[in-house]
Design a protein around this ligand. Structure first.
Ligand code: ADP
Ligand code: MG
Length: 300
């Protein structure tokens, strides 16, 4: 519960309190037609990883020697991780290992005590307009969807582009409708979040992240709060994003997703990256005893 409370505040912060951001997105670039699938449910064959092989590009998120403390608690210990353009990195690890904190440091929802993080070649500044601009390049999707309850579905998706990217309302709504269509909830546009199922709300949260035209999207256990029958509709949207070349960092316990969509698995324990491997290698031949122990618990 404390986690979702924290997250609620931070999302409101990300979207609503950055009037200083001056970057204006090309509104047509918010929802490029060329990447919109006809159907959010991908062909399982096409969704397989090999299709993505070779698509991974330049370093986009570069995390070097990052240390993070909460008081005396050293929660990120000399973290080094590079996420390349178009890459899908799945972060696994037991509860408390620092996965959420890592996501939150990537767009400075948490400060760091040591090391550096850069996005697309630019170091994350401490604060101010430059931070707001860089932060807008990093989409986030959380376990507890965090939609604004008093805004319609379309209003949730257009808020960031209008307030932060300064897109005009009509263009933002056009782009927003395309995005809602892309995640399969266009017919819910004028409802309020409470009128939607959890799976639908999380798909809206993904559309809201996409509306900012981010360079990378971080997903922190996006399906953990969902009823089981709604998990796949969200994972399917994420798989189709992965296949369209979106750069993604995904904290999840969904091993099927990791196997299908990840280019790389990063396993964390006690604030450290203990192991990094292809999904195939990680699941069939984990090296560390921590990873073996984790997998034996999660794969029954
Ligand atoms: N806001 C916070 N204040 C103090 N300690 C925190 C805070 N957030 C996380 N922690 C601590 O940091 C460690 C890593 O937590 P977290 O990143 O949430 O792990 P995970 O997401 O892997 O479960 C844990 O020991 C947790 O108790
Ligand atoms: Mg977490």
């Amino acid at each position: 519960m404390t986690e979702s409370t924290r997250v609620d505040n931070s999302v409101a912060n990300t979207v609503e309190t950055q009037p200083g951001a001056t970057s204006v997105a090309d509104p047509d670039g918010v929802a490029p037609d060329s990447v919109a699938p006809d159907n959010v449910v991908p062909d399982p064959e096409k969704a397989a990883r090999p299709q993505r092989a070779g698509n991974v590009g330049e370093p986009l998120v570069v995390i070097e020697h990052v240390d993070k403390y909460f008081g005396d608690n050293h929660v990120l210990k000399d973290i080094n991780l590079t996420v390349h353009q178009g890459e899908v990195v799945v972060v696994l690890g037991p509860s408390g290992s620092g996965k959420s904190t890592l996501c939150r440091t990537i767009n400075r929802l948490e400060t760091i005590e040591g090391g550096s993080i850069s996005i697309d070649g630019k170091k994350l500044p401490e604060e101010g307009k430059a931070l707001a601009r860089l932060r807008a390049d990093v989409g986030m999707v959380f376990q507890s969807f965090n939609l604004f309850a008093h805004k319609t579905i379309l209003g949730n998706v257009t808020l960031g582009p209008i307030k932060v990217r300064k897109v005009n309302a009509t263009k933002a709504e056009e782009a927003g409708m395309k995005l809602l269509d892309r995640v399969g909830v266009a017919n819910q546009a004028h409802k309020y979040p409470a009128q939607l199922s959890g799976g639908q709300q999380q798909r809206v949260a993904i559309a809201r992240a996409l509306a900012m035209d981010p360079k990378v999207i971080l997903f922190d256990e996006p399906t953990s709060a969902l009823d089981p029958e709604m998990v796949n509709e969200v994972l399917d949207v994420m798989i189709s994003l992965a296949n369209q070349g979106m750069t993604m960092v995904v904290v999840t316990h969904e091993m099927g997703f990791a196997r299908k969509a990840a280019d790389r698995v990063v396993f964390m324990a006690d604030g450290e990256i203990v192991e990094e491997a292809s999904p195939e290698e990680f699941f069939t031949n984990p090296k560390s005893s921590r990873a073996k122990d984790f997998l034996s618990k999660i794969l029954h």
